[in-house]
Every structure is written in C-alpha cells, then in structure tokens.
Design a protein around this ligand. Structure first.
Ligand code: 2PG
Ligand code: MG
Length: 429
C-alpha cells in the first residue's frame, strides 16, 4: 500500500485550562485524512525540560505563542510538506534537526510537539484506526491504572501546602471503569469532609480540592478518612500516591516546608517520607527529592524502592539518557512520561523504551495546563505503559481524558485488560 504523505501543516493559537494561549496543529495528508493536537503546559517544571516558546512582551502575561504558531506555519510546514506520514521517527528527526538546538529553544517544543502529535493523529485517521491502535497495533489492549488527584497543592494551589499532588490509585478495582467509579466516590467524600471542616469547596489547577490544611500531613489524614468514608479499605482497595514535586521547595539539599515553617536536609526529607509511608497506605511517590539532589534520590530509592514506586518527573524530564543515568545511580524506579518535556513523540517513546530496558515503570502524564486534547490516553494504551496520571476527577480538560479511556475500554470489549493490581499489588508495608 502506498504510504500517505503530508499535504499541509497548519497551526493556530487556542487556549488552555488556565486561560493561557497554547498551540494547536492540524496536519492534512494527501488522501484527505486530517489529524490535530493541542499541546499542554506545566507549572512545576524541571529545569531540563525542552523549552516552550512564549512571545516576548506583556501580552497575556508574557504567555502568548504567536511565534511558535508562526514557526509551524512557516519553517515546519515547508520542511514537512510532501514527506511520508507513516514514519514518525523520521518526521520527529526532521523536527529536531530543523530546530537545531538541544532543547527545542529555537522553534519551541510547543511548536514541534503540536506537529509531532498531529501527524500521528492524521496517520491514524488515514488508516481508519483509533490512535492507540495505530500506535500499538492489535496488542494495544492494556487500560492504564489511573492516578487521580484528590487534593491539589504546591504550585497548583498558590503553595497553600508544600506537597503538590495527593492522589489515589485503585489496585482493588477489576476494570478501568470500576477504578473511575471508586475514584468518583472518594473524590465526593473528600469534598464532603472538607465542607464539614468549614472549607469552601474550591479546587486547585488540576481540579483537586483546595488544600485547606495547616500541616502537610493533614492532607494524608483527610485522604484516608475520605477513602474510608467512601466505603473502601485503604491500602487494599484504594491506595495513596504522592507527587512531592520537591524541586519546587528544595535546593542544594535544603527543603523548605513553608506551611510548617521548617527546613529539612535531604535525610530529614527522606525520614519524613518514610514515616508517612509507615503511617499511610502510600504505594508511589513522585519527585521525593529535588532534581539537583540525585544522591538524595538514590538514598530514598534504596530505603523505599522495594516497597513503593519512586517516580522521577522533574528529575528525569522524560529523557532517555537521564533515565539510563538514574538507573546506574539507583535513583528512582519509574519515569513520568510527558511529551512536552521533550517536544516530540519519538523522544518521549525513547524514554519509555529506556525505562523498560532498565526495569523502570512508566506513567504517561498530563500537565497542569491542559485542554480537550486526549492524545496522552492513546499513548498510555498504545505504548502499554499501564499507568496514566491526568489530574483530578473534575473539570472537562481532565474528564475528557478519563472519558476517552472509557470509550476505548468499551470498544476493546472482552479484549480489554486492566493494569489493576498488577501495578500496585504488593502490600504497602
Ligand atoms: C506534575 C504535573 C502534573 P506540572 O508535576 O507531575 O501534576 O504538574 O504540569 O505543573 O508540571
Ligand atoms: Mg510531577
């Protein structure tokens, strides 16, 4: 069969869930198939992430993306026109070469990623397949364990608490659909508990309840209470996941917990997290130490890595070489996979391949600034990562992802498998 070629590439400025500008690209193939994608944006970012291009000047608080849009409509569109659409690696290599910098700072990772994803969508449309199947073939049947935020914090909640994400997973659930049903109950219970404490029912950037607490640990207590109030057994049916996002408050081995007006060194931070692991049913911790503290990361992994999943996000920035380097240090045992940390799908996939080669788990993740785009759901299933983190169980930029996964689970029917207890089956202590 003749491979489809790219007829045109077009970008426009659209708006994300924080009301900030972002880039949408639309790719049309010679057979008429069209694919489009919108890039997300982070708030708590690793310093080694690919650079998203924002316009100079004050328009929209300095967040405008007209230059990135122009880069797609100009250089990128001319370079890709006429190229084969069925060779994602070649297209992404072309984008990387065209940009010419190590971190996409010239064209912008937002420009390159929008096109990289839109090409994948266009090819799937041309093949008349859903994206996950176009990426993973008939074997792509594994629905991910959802990591869903119940309380927001850190950079997503005006630093009201220091820890960024208090999330749950449902290792006891038998299907993706059931995991969402359980999460809906826990999310609701948590809201009721907060209301009973007199908190007003606001939410943070990713839809988690506003963290109205006077110590970080209170959020953990409230989470366990919410799980129990919803009728689930903490640790068995529903367990806790944290994204400490420690790079946000830690530097040079010092960690400043602003809410509690105290400062810890790396070992103090490690002790605190180990104590929480003893008290609460925690099965996974992301960025427990800061990105500039690989030794601390390795010490924490030695102490906790057999009991729980230790995820590198800001620490590994979805970068294959960093994953391999971390493995030689024994730092982390899982990598968060965020396509916009790299700027192409191929480089993000390479991080997942590197993770598998060193025995690390992989979690495809959204950013705190999102849109109706559901590409990441298809990546998690198409690549078979087994885990997906999207934010909370509220607001349509989040629900769009959960609902898309439900559709896929239904479409797969009896072929659908669920990562379920296989991911967090081991008992948390
Ligand atoms: C993270 C993400 C999502 P941000 O740190 O994992 O929670 O946040 O997109 O702001 O980096
Ligand atoms: Mg993170």
């Amino acid at each position: 069969m003749k491979s489809p070629t790219i007829r045109s590439v077009h970008a426009r400025r659209v708006w994300d869930s924080r009301g900030r500008p972002t880039v949408e690209a639309e790719v049309t193939l010679d057979d008429g198939a069209v694919g489009s994608a919108i890039v997300p944006a982070g708030a708590s970012r690793g310093s080694r992430e690919a650079i998203e291009l924002r316009d100079a000047g004050a328009r929209f608080g300095g967040f405008d993306v007209l230059q990135a849009v122009a880069n797609v409509n100009g250089e990128i569109a001319s370079a890709l026109a006429g190229g084969r659409a069925d060779d994602q690696a070649a297209i992404d290599a072309r984008l990387i070469a065209l940009d010419g910098t190590p971190n996409k700072s010239r064209l912008g990772a937002n420009a390159t990623l929008s096109v990289s994803m839109a090409v994948a969508h266009a090819l799937a449309a041309s093949r008349q397949l859903p994206l996950y199947e176009s990426l993973g073939g008939p074997a792509a049947t594994l629905l991910p364990m959802p990591q869903i935020q119940i309380f927001g914090g850190g950079a997503h909640a005006g630093r009201r608490v220091d820890i960024q994400d208090f999330l749950i997973v449902c290792p006891g659930a038998g299907s993706f659909r059931e995991a969402l049903e359980w999460t809906a109950e826990v999310y609701r219970s948590a809201g009721e508990l907060m209301a009973a404490r007199g908190s007003r029912a606001g939410v943070a950037d990713e839809g988690g309840w506003w963290p109205d607490f006077t110590a970080n640990e209170q959020a953990l207590e409230a989470l366990v209470a919410a799980i129990e109030k919803a009728g689930f057994v903490p640790g068995e049916q529903v367990a806790i996941v944290l994204d400490v996002a420690a790079s946000e408050f830690g530097r040079n081995g010092r960690y400043r917990l602003g809410l509690e007006s105290r400062e810890l060194d790396s070992d103090g931070m490690i002790e605190l997290l180990l104590r929480w692991m003893d008290r609460y049913p925690i099965v996974s911790i992301e960025d427990p130490l800061a990105e500039d503290d690989p030794e601390g990361f390795a010490r924490f992994t030695r102490a906790a890595g057999r009991r729980i999943q230790v995820i590198g996000d800001d620490f590994l920035v979805s970068h294959a070489p960093r994953v391999r380097e971390a493995a030689t240090l024994g730092a982390a045992n899982a990598v968060l996979l965020k396509p916009n940390q790299r700027g192409t799908l191929t480089e993000t996939l390479q991080a997942w391949e590197a993770a598998q080669a060193v025995g690390y788990a992989g979690i495809v993740s959204a950013r705190s600034g999102e849109s109706e785009d559901t590409t990441i759901v298809h990546l998690a299933i198409g690549w078979g990562t087994g885990q997906l983190k999207v934010g909370s169980f509220a607001r349509s930029e989040r629900m769009a992802k959960w609902n898309e996964a439900l559709r896929i689970e239904e479409r797969l029917g009896a072929r659908a498998r669920f990562a379920g207890a296989r991911v967090f089956g081991r008992s948390p202590a």
